[in-house]
Design a protein around this ligand. Structure first.
Ligand SMILES: Nc1ncnc2c1ncn2[C@@H]1O[C@H](COP(=O)(O)OP(=O)(O)OP(=O)(O)O)[C@@H](O)[C@H]1O
Ligand SMILES: [Mg+2]
Length: 289
């Protein structure tokens, strides 16, 4: 049997599948439509100096879902997802994307993998001296995509985030919410299979947050993207999430469907979701546990 806790898997999944997909040599796929696990972190440990950040973090993300990661500030949510794109390497444990072990990939293959993953950084991270169009185009230019194709795809990405007319403007001329949307356009312009959003609604008013939530749902539904969303915003978590995982003390404390998490009797999870979102829960009609 797997030595990992059973709760990290969706209950309908066959726990033998991951063992076989890890084994060397050809993998026999089952005929039944078991959702494949696209992104997998297994028992990841990460310290910075003497500070222990991740200590046994395991999480599977299945195709087409939006996995929301919640947890207190400074607990390692951003650190966890940086492992998925190889921005950080684990001290111990394994990280897989599409069955590729990310920390073991040669540089060129890592860059190829990164093209399949859009990353919306926590602080938008736009280049102030570049126009919005040039910010969004950056990854395509690195890939030496033809300029007319770049222009077409940049415009398409900006239209998807409802900002069709900002290409010539500069980051300083946009509001915080618009900059977040540009960050999303930049992440989707390469048509990735995955998208990782690090606190996409933090610091935004509720109406602008709701716009970003709708946008993330559109990415999932229209483009079929598999997503991870880090957020403190429980309203957003309940709106966009397929499942929610709470990071606590360096590992996943609980993972489950939105309903399972909303109604969990785990006191640590309850304290977090109630402490942050009492009003939202009332509005959403949540029942006390
Ligand atoms: N490159 C780094 N070098 C040293 N320490 C780091 C580095 N990156 C993160 N840390 C530390 O790891 C811990 C977790 O950071 P992380 O940014 O992942 O937290 P978080 O859960 O995303 O918090 P927030 O909700 O505030 O964004 C923090 O103590 C942070 O200072
Ligand atoms: Mg963070």
């Amino acid at each position: 049997m797997s030595d990992r806790p059973a709760h990290i898997f969706p209950s309908r999944a066959d726990p033998t599948i991951d063992r076989r997909s890890l084994a060397p040599g050809p993998v026999r796929r089952p005929a039944a439509p078991v959702p494949s696990r696209m992104i997998r972190l297994i028992d990841v440990h990460k310290d910075f100096g003497t500070k222990r950040v991740l200590s046994g973090f395991s999480l599977d993300v299945v195709e087409g879902e939006t996995m929301v990661i919640i947890g207190y500030s400074g607990t390692g949510k951003s650190v966890a997802i940086k492992h998925i794109v190889g921005l950080l390497e684990p001290d111990a444990g394994q990280v897989f994307v599409d069955d590729l072990e990310v920390p073991r990939l040669p540089r060129r293959e890592l860059y190829e993998l990164r093209r399949r993953i859009g990353y919306v950084f926590q602080f938008a991270a736009l280049f102030d001296s570049l126009s919005i169009g040039d910010n969004v185009a950056m990854a395509l230019r690195k890939q030496r995509v033809d300029e007319s194709e770049i222009a077409r795809r940049v415009q398409e990405a900006l239209e998807l985030v409802d900002l069709p007319d900002v290409s010539e403007r500069f980051p300083a001329e946009l509001s915080g919410g618009m900059r977040k949307r540009v960050g999303i356009a930049r992440a989707i312009v390469g048509r990735p299979k995955y998208i990782l959003y690090d606190e996409p609604t933090t610091g935004l008013d509720p109406v602008t947050s709701a716009v970003i939530d709708q946008l993330m749902m559109r990415m999932q539904q229209q483009l079929g993207m598999t997503s991870i969303v880090i957020t403190h915003d429980m309203r957003s978590a309940y709106t966009v999430g397929t499942r929610i995982a709470m990071l606590y003390n360096g590992r996943v404390r609980r993972v489950g469907t939105v309903d399972e998490i909303r109604h969990t009797d785990d006191p640590v999870v309850r304290q977090f979701i109630e402490g942050r979102a009492t009003l939202d829960q009332t509005e959403l009609g949540a029942e006390p546990a």
